[in-house]
Design a protein around this ligand. Structure first.
Ligand code: 5GP
Length: 187
């Protein structure tokens, strides 16, 4: 696999990785956005095969056992998420610019297997803004919010492991910066 065409986007929970990815999916068709497998239940509006492959734990662990995952992790101590290796290999083989939007544990695994990939850290403008985004999203219970904030503190401390930081102060601007980093022109 030519890892140079793979970009990994990671960052703390609720920083807006999903929003930036969605914006890229809608506005930059030349970016091939990896669709992860997850054991999490779909949120309202999420479609199987578009936002995630929603699989049960049995299917997920089968993918892991068969070494079909490029990386995988249990995120927030709860659900499993992983990148299916063959889908990324095929996209790279087809000359696509590949974007993986994954958590920090996954990013570290990709660094082991694809050290030439580009590692991008999406940072919030401030800690207060990150807390505001997490609470404001309203999709998690108070317990879950607390759990995710604890994870976010650890994730913020990992910024120096990345090649470059993009501040998500504005979604279209951050997306544009990311796409430019990937070597793609704006549409
Ligand atoms: P959510 O449940 O809010 O969609 O995602 C929770 C977290 O899982 C996010 O931080 C997201 O980046 C991460 N995630 C999504 N897909 C993958 C994946 O394939 N691998 C890993 N390691 N993390 C993922």
């Amino acid at each position: 696999m030519t890892a140079a065409s793979v970009t990994v986007l990671a960052g703390p929970t609720a920083v807006g990785k999903g929003t930036v990815s969605t914006y890229i999916r809608d506005n930059y068709p030349d970016v091939w956005l990896s669709v992860s497998a997850t054991t999490r239940e779909p949120r309202p509006g999420e479609q199987d095969g578009v936002h995630y492959f929603f699989v049960g734990p049995e299917k997920f662990h089968q993918l892991v056992d068969n070494d079909d995952m490029l990386e995988w992790a249990v995120v927030h101590g709860r659900n499993s998420y992983g990148t299916i290796r063959s889908t990324v290999n095929d996209a790279v083989a087809n000359g696509k610019k590949v974007l993986l939007e994954i958590d920090l544990q996954g990013a570290r695994q990709v660094k082991e297997t694809l050290p030439d990939a580009k590692f991008v850290f999406l940072a919030p403008p401030s800690w207060d803004e990150l807390v505001r985004r997490l609470i404001g999203r309203g999709t998690e219970t108070a317990d879950e919010q607390q759990r995710r904030l604890e994870t976010a503190k650890l994730e913020l401390a990992a910024e120096s492991e990345f090649d470059v930081t993009i501040v998500n102060d504005d979604v279209p601007r951050a997306a544009e910066e990311l796409v430019a980093l990937m070597g793609l022109k704006n549409d």
